[in-house]
Each structure stands twice: as C-alpha cells, then as structure tokens.
Design a protein around this ligand. Structure first.
Ligand code: FAD
Ligand code: MLT
Ligand code: ZN
Length: 501
C-alpha cells in the first residue's frame, strides 16, 4: 500500500496567478470574500489586496494542528450561483480546490495538501424554509449545526444529529462526512435523514435535488452519493433534512463499572428496561476520564467518590418526565443490586445534565490539550472493541514508549458503544513517525481481521486515503473510482484524498 508521505503535488493543476484572482473578484462582489497572499500585478488597477500569510493559518491548518496546507487563496462565496461560477472558472483552468466547512474534520479532509484553493462555505448561511408540520428544514450548507438546532428548538424540533463540534461544524460538512455523533443510536444516519441536496458539480453545474419528500422512488437516489463523499465529487450548497420533535423530558445518567464485560451486560439491560426512550449509550474508560479531569479547559466535576475502570453515559428522551425518571431510578437500583455497576449518578437538573455530558464530550478537547493525538475511529463487533485498546497499550509497553513522561502519555478508549463505534485516542508528545509505525498498519489489520471498518464516522480524508482496502473489496473500490471519474474527470475536487489506492 502506497504511503501518503510519497505524494507529490500534481503538475496537472495550474498555479494560481494574480489574473485568476482578478477573475474571482468579478464573481465575488465584496473584497472581503477573497483572502490571498498573492500580490496584484504591479502597475495594474487591482481590485484586491494581498494579506499576510498568517491570515490564512486558520484555513490551512486543521483542528488537531496535524495537517498543514499551503494555500494562497481562500474564496468565501455567499450564494450557490457564486460557487457555481467559481467552479466553472476552476474547471476551465484546471485549478484544484478544497471545499471547507467549519474545519472540524479529524482526518485532514478539509484543508489543502499543497496549494489548492480553499472554498470556504460559511457565507452560505441562510435558513431557506421550515415546515412545522412535517419537520423538514431546508437550509444553506454553511449553517452551523448548533445555530440550526437553536432555530428549530423554538418550534419544538431538534436536529437529528449532535456532536461535540456542533458550535463550529456546518451542516454541509456533516453531510459531506456523513457524521454520526452522539444520538445516532436513536435518530440514525444522515443517509436516512437527509431528504435532498443542492450540489455544485466540479464543472459548475448546479444539481438541484433539494426535495422535501420522505418517499421518492424515481430512479437512482443520487443524493446518497454525496453523503459521505467528503467534498470529492461536488460542493454541497443546500440541505433538506427531516428533524424529529424535541423531547419534553430528557435524562442523563452515568454509571461506573469494573469491567468491559459489565459495559456490554449493562447495554443489554438498558435496552431491555428503557429501549423505547434511549437516545444515547456512550462509554469511556478510566484513562479518558483521567485525561478530562487533568486537561479539559473548563473544570469537569467528578461525580464519583472513587475512580473506576469504565463508565457509561445513558441519555433518555421521552415525553413524560415522571415516567422516565422512575424508569431510570428502577434501572439504577436493579443494576446496583445485581452488582452490574459499582456506582451511578442521575442528573437532577439541566446543569447536572450538562455536567455529566461534559465527562464524555470533553474527551477530544482534553486529549488535544494534553498532547498530539493519533485518532482512530473504528467500527467492529462490540465484544471485540476493548481488546484492541488493551492490545495497543501492550504494544506501546513492549516498545517502552508508554507511560508518564514517555512518548505516549495515554491510550484512551471511548466511543459510541450503542453503534459499535470505538474511538482510540493515542496521546503522544509529537506526531512522531516512530509512534505512527507502532500503531499502523497493526491497528488497521486488527480491525480488518474482525471484519470492522477503518472509518466508522470520521471519513477517509487524507489520513486514510490509502487505507480503504482494509474495509472494502477491490470491486467496490473500482466502482467508487469510476464514480469519482464520472463526476470529476479532471480530478480538481479535493485531490490526493479519499480513495488513493
Ligand atoms: P470540514 O472539517 O470543514 O470538512 C470535512 C470534509 O467535508 C472535508 O473533506 C471537506 O472538504 C468536506 N466538506 C465540508 N463542507 C462541504 C460542503 N459544503 N460540500 C462538500 N464538501 C464539504 N464526527 C462524527 O461523525 N461524530 C462525532 O461525534 C464527532 N465529534 C466531533 C467532536 C469534535 C470536538 C470535533 C473537532 C470533531 C468531531 N467530529 C465528529 C468530526 C466531524 O467530521 C466534524 O465535526 C463534522 O462533520 C465536519 O464538519 P465541518 O463543517 O467542520 O467540515
Ligand atoms: C467523539 O465521539 O467524541 C468524536 O467522534 C470526536 C473524537 O473522537 O475525537
Ligand atoms: Zn465519535
């Protein structure tokens, strides 16, 4: 398998010139829509000014500060028409582009690899319509997930997905990555919730599939191809999505357990006792818990008297608070009596509810504060998940690199257990190739052997562009490449990423 370290800039793509920027300035009416380090040609009556390279830093570097591009140009369109005009021009000139939403992606997909033009979609931020009977929302792709949730909360609805990055990520970015998140267990995949998309294709064609129909069996369901396509076959500019009613009663409980077997048993018990109101079932280990206690920016209160090897967070969403409270209380007592859990807390008010969620949601941020994080996002049978975490720790121990003050400070295991999705965060002193070589390909081979997926929800991006073969057959990969070529024969959209095998 080819290593990405060997990837070189393709000379098929044009270098950006001052003349190109003048052309973009004709498409984008406001000077604030263009950010570039390329100086105008001297002596010309330029319609833009160059900025200091540091002004492009937030666009060139990812959330983890792991992936670093060298783009000299960020374009900030505000309408679908502007996106279309930009793409027509880029297509005609062979200019490579990278679509960027909130830049919270975790696989290096939203930042350039070399000097690709960044098309930042935050300017497309209008809500187009909301149907209060059907719960269907139609909006621009650059709307921030949390803003959408706040907007429809006033009407008694909620977004069907929720993630730690909700304050920054865009709905377009969520669709492009097919983000899963914390309530996938209850509301399912964006493949089910997205009803329609408006997409600008690499040659500038606008494909308007912005339907609000729940049922529509007329031909191939083309929008599905763009969900999870990570900006490689089109730029999503509009999203139509079905939203569920906001529950009037929400509860959160965190249980402390002494083994991973107990985590699985408790999952079964929770489904048995509260299955119809269950909206999240998350787990995290003691290492993750410790990292949050030591490194989270905001203080996260430890609600327990002692530390425990495992924790699970359960959220219920229903319509009758007394009924749900009673169910959770009965469940808690049952689990304690049977010795399935060692301790447990139920949130008594909204502040406590947020505090319990912070124990889980703060893990990525706290790990990032502690060091450089090698992130792995894997799907596999639930009974296999923690074996891998233990194997990884053992491997680092054998190499003598694991422990306080050593190269690898922590191996955190956590994730969306209800969805069979494990996150392993390996917190290191630096993004050192030596550490990466201990992890890879071992972790991918391990996952492949148990018929798991090397990307459960974060996508392939740059990180796993050469790894898809661990989870997909050669025949499937061949047809995926044909789809890429069909939409983007010039390969100008998000090059070097996604499927590079
Ligand atoms: P970006 O990071 O900007 O882009 C991501 C990819 O989508 C890139 O390939 C980009 O080119 C493409 N893209 C972006 N917008 C468009 C568009 N309009 N059209 C076409 N392509 C586009 N993910 C989960 O699945 N579950 C989680 O629980 C979760 N939690 C997270 C928590 C934190 C703290 C962070 C930082 C990230 C988390 N993520 C999670 C990662 C997740 O992929 C992103 O948060 C989110 O879905 C990406 O949205 P974005 O707008 O930031 O996209
Ligand atoms: C999460 O579940 O917290 C996210 O997928 C983010 C991450 O794993 O870093
Ligand atoms: Zn996740």
């Amino acid at each position: 398998r080819r290593s990405l370290a060997t990837v070189a800039r393709s000379d098929v793509f044009a270098n950006i010139s001052a003349a190109d920027i003048e052309a973009f300035a004709k498409i984008l009416p406001s000077p604030s829509q263009i950010l570039t380090t390329i100086s105008p040609e001297s002596g010309s009556a330029a319609s833009y000014q160059a900025v200091d390279p540091s002004e492009l830093d937030t666009f060139n570097n990812d959330w983890m500060n792991k992936y670093h591009g060298k783009s000299q140009l960020v374009l900030k369109p505000k309408t679908t028409k502007e996106v279309s005009e930009i793409m027509k021009y880029c297509h005609s000139k062979n200019i490579a582009v990278v679509p960027q939403g909130g830049n919270t992606g975790l696989v290096g997909g939203g930042v350039p690899v070399f000097d690709e033009v960044i098309i930042q979609l935050g300017g497309l931020n209008q809500i187009r319509s909301f149907d209060e009977v059907a719960g269907t929302l139609v909006c621009d792709a650059g709307c921030i997930l949390e803003s959408l949730d706040n907007h429809i909360a006033e009407k008694g609805y909620m977004m069907p997905l929720d993630l730690g990055a909700k304050g920054s990520c865009h709905i377009g970015g969520n669709v492009a990555t097919n983000a899963g998140g914390l309530r996938f267990l209850r509301y399912g995949s964006l493949h089910g919730n997205v009803l329609g998309l408006e997409v600008v294709l690499p040659d500038g064609t606008v494909m308007d599939n912005l339907s609000t129909l729940r049922k529509d069996n007329t031909g191939f369901d083309l929008k599905q191809l763009f969900i999870g396509s990570e900006g490689t076959i089109g730029l999503i500019t509009g999203v139509s999505i079905v939203t569920p009613r906001r529950p009037s009663a929400m509860n959160v409980a965190v249980f402390a357990l002494d083994s991973y077997e107990a985590v699985q048993t408790v999952f079964g018990q929770v489904k048995k006792h509260c299955g119809e109101i269950l909206s999240a079932f998350e787990f995290f280990d003691q290492t993750s818990f410790d990292v949050v206690q030591k490194h989270a920016t905001a203080h996260v209160r430890d609600p327990f008297e002692a530390r425990h090897p495992f924790y699970v967070l359960i959220e219920t969403s229903g319509s009758n608070k007394d009924h749900d409270d009673e169910k959770l209380q009965v469940l808690l007592e049952h689990l304690m009596e049977e010795g399935m859990i060692q301790d447990g807390v139920l949130a008594q008010d909204e502040t406590q509810l947020q505090g319990l969620w912070a124990l889980r949601e703060s893990i990525p941020e706290a790990a990032g504060k502690m060091g450089k994080v090698f992130k792995y996002d894997l799907s596999m049978p639930i009974n296999k998940m923690y074996e891998l975490v233990l194997d990884m720790r053992k491997r680092f121990d054998e190499h003598g690199v694991h422990g306080e003050g050593k190269d690898v400070g922590a191996v955190c295991g956590y994730g969306h257990i209800g969805d069979g999705n494990l996150h392993i965060n390996i917190v290191a002193k630096s993004y050192d190739e030596k550490i990466e070589n201990i992890i890879e390909p071992y972790i991918y081979e391990w996952t492949s052997e148990v018929k798991g997926s090397v990307s459960a929800e974060h996508g392939l991006g740059l990180m796993k562009a050469t790894k898809i073969g661990y989870s997909k057959t050669p025949e499937s990969i061949e047809y995926m490449k044909k789809i890429k070529d069909l939409f983007d024969p010039k390969g100008i959209l998000n090059p070097y990423k996604y499927i590079q095998v």
